[in-house]
Design a protein around this ligand. Structure first.
Ligand SMILES: NC(=O)c1ccc[n+]([C@@H]2O[C@H](COP(=O)([O-])OP(=O)(O)OC[C@H]3O[C@@H](n4cnc5c(N)ncnc54)[C@H](OP(=O)(O)O)[C@@H]3O)[C@@H](O)[C@H]2O)c1
Length: 376
């Protein structure tokens, strides 16, 4: 049995969900999103689950454990986390939920796509009284992270450090492998290092991640970003997808595993479609266009702007058939945007999971309905 999402596993899952979700809720990756039967491809839900927010309490842990089960039962097989979310508690809670589903025979591991991120130096369970002392004892004194390779006092992508973090993440989840390993907010490095040094660090990190993909502890890797792909080219934190792709090819050849992107996208953050931040084939294009050219698996964060967008949706959104709540409509907008495989919605409250999973029961908007929702 595969310890990663597999073509057969994700199709098995899709077949089981057939009665519950719309026929085009699942998308194909890699390749054309709409192609149902391309050999060797995964079938992934067009809504994913995130796990960033919430208190560091056992009660919130239990909520996330239950939420991931509810989500997977409802047709969501894309799950996102990061080692530092809720000081490692989110990985542990999701892991508990996922392992229980597997142990009970409700799913098999190869039916779901598990994504996590490394880069930020995480605490363990809670913020310590002496954060600097904790980081020194845990990471610097044992030689896991070299202070010279850490930026902003909290972010590191050196191979030795990433190896430690991937190991911790796998332990937190209780899984043998994760499907997507993201370098978390990679642009953070550009706060402090030159573009030349940045390229060296990224190349080393990618070479390490290629070796983990070889070993099978990760499926593919990518970058999860905040500003990097949304800002114009002259900004210090700007990330260039073509440059990153070239570095991956340099260390991994044409079959490299740098295949995934994560970035914010919602009605209040539309830079992914309207800032031409990327140079592709001699043209400046927005990141969602560039990502399609490079064949990246593209998932988006903060689809509800952490709840802030819910009271501010335009009237045109009310025309979305079958969906009645602002959260459902905001998710429908994101999942119907060209180039996005799945918005990742943060949800630990059972009622939110149930409400959001309803989106899976309707088809994504066709291009005409999407334009109408956008007021076009
Ligand atoms: N740089 C990065 O890589 C980055 C940055 C931010 C986020 N992310 C990822 O993207 C995911 C989504 O972003 P996010 O969690 O920050 O923001 P979000 O998905 O826009 O919003 C999450 C918040 O909305 C609430 N919510 C969920 N469904 C709702 C509903 N139907 N009605 C009302 N409120 C609802 C959640 O509450 P409950 O939790 O109580 O259900 C939570 O407080 C994260 O979880 C994380 O996995 C990545």
């Amino acid at each position: 049995m595969s310890v990663l999402a597999s073509p057969e596993g994700t199709r098995r899952y899709e077949a089981r969900m057939r009665e519950k979700v719309a026929s085009d809720h699942f998308r194909t990756w890699p390749g054309s999103m709409d192609a149902a039967d391309a050999e060797g491809t995964l079938r992934l839900s067009s809504v994913g689950m995130g796990s960033y927010t919430g208190p560091t309490t056992p009660a919130a842990d239990d909520q996330y454990r239950d939420a991931v089960q509810e989500a997977v039962r409802a047709g969501i097989n894309v799950i996102d986390c990061a080692i530092n979310y809720r000081h490692q508690r989110s990985e542990r809670a999701l892991g508990k939920g996922i392992r229980t589903l597997i142990d009970q025979g409700e799913i098999q591991r190869d039916e779901i796509l598990v994504m996590t991120k490394g880069g930020y130096l995480p605490f363990d369970g809670d913020a310590p009284a002496d954060p600097a002392g904790y980081l020194r004892r845990t990471y610097f004194d044992p030689g896991i992270a070299d202070p010279g390779e850490v930026v902003a006092g909290c972010h590191c992508i050196a191979p030795k450090y990433l190896e430690n973090q991937l190991g911790r993440s796998l332990e937190n989840f209780g899984l043998a492998a994760v499907d997507v390993y993201f370098l978390h907010n990679l642009e953070q490095q550009l706060d402090e290092v030159s573009r030349e040094e940045f390229a060296i660090r990224v190349e080393n990190a990618f070479a390490y991640l290629e070796s983990e993909a070889e070993k099978g502890r990760i499926g593919i890797y990518g970058v999860a970003t905040w500003n990097g792909f949304r800002v114009p080219t002259d900004r210090k934190e700007h990330l260039d997808l073509a440059e990153l792709y070239a570095l991956a090819e340099k260390v991994g050849g044409v079959g490299h595993r740098f295949r995934a992107l994560q970035l914010p996208y919602n009605l209040g953050m539309l830079e992914a479609v309207n800032v031409p931040s990327q140079a592709v084939q001699g043209q400046q294009v927005p990141i969602l266009v560039a990502a399609q050219v490079f064949g990246m698996l593209t998932v988006t964060s903060v689809p509800l702007l952490q709840g802030q967008i819910l009271g501010h949706l335009p009237a045109t959104f009310s025309k979305m058939a079958g969906l009645t709540t602002p959260a459902q409509r905001a998710l429908q907008f994101a999942r119907s945007s060209p180039g996005i495989h799945a918005p990742l919605v943060g949800m630990k409250t059972r009622a939110h999971v149930q409400e959001n999973a309803r989106v899976a029961t309707v088809s994504p908007l066709d291009p005409q309905a999407f334009q109408a929702a956008m007021g076009g």
